[in-house]
Write a protein that binds this ligand. Sequence first.
Ligand SMILES: C[S@@+](CC[C@H](N)C(=O)[O-])C[C@H]1O[C@@H](n2cnc3c(N)ncnc32)[C@H](O)[C@@H]1O
Length: 208
Amino acid sequence: MREFILKANKAITSGDVNLKDLPGSCGRLDLVCRCVSSAFFLSHDIRRDTVFYSVHYGEPNPPVALKFVGSELKRVSPDERSIAIFIKKALSKEHDTHWRESTPGIYHAKRDFKDIVLEKLEEGRKVYLLHLKGKPIEEVINPKTYDEIKDRGFVFILGDHIGLTEEDERFLRDLKIERISISPLELHANQCIDIVHNVLDKLEYMEK
Ligand SMILES: C[S@@+](CC[C@H](N)C(=O)[O-])C[C@H]1O[C@@H](n2cnc3c(N)ncnc32)[C@H](O)[C@@H]1O
């Protein structure tokens, strides 16, 4: 299983999503939509082994978490507008601490970024923070380590255009979550998801 947790610092937390203004009044919802697209969409197929969380901290009701489950997704297509329509539906619901399904494979809850990270650790997943100054990914996830980590399940945390706060980074450091880097250059969050999938795809399908 491959899981991604995006902290979306400004992303809107109500159903008042203006589909014509995803970057502005929706708090960079365009970025969240691109991450969903990168997390799941192959040419003519969906990555069923992937789960993506976006945790929204924008106005008016932060936090709200969304969970997208690749094996259950239906009718969503890769373009930002289609994904934004499904996000709007999920954000329009009443939220509580339990995951509730909005449309097939898309869940919403009143959950904090930290809760989700702790839940993944409790589930025994191997959790990484994607960070420009982390250890190169190939040193950490490679043919020698891949099978063992895969059995536990991969979780990758990433920030949005603002990144994680110092407090978030301290929280993750205290949990001894390893930082890994995928490039010497700072990339967009969706590009990071593409590259992580590519590294894992090569280990899964080519190097055996
Ligand atoms: C656009 S970047 C964030 C930029 C923000 N100004 C900052 O200082 O964090 C979005 C996210 O992508 C991930 N990221 C970007 N470049 C990376 C790299 N070279 N290696 C690993 N993760 C990266 C990080 O998780 C980052 O929070």
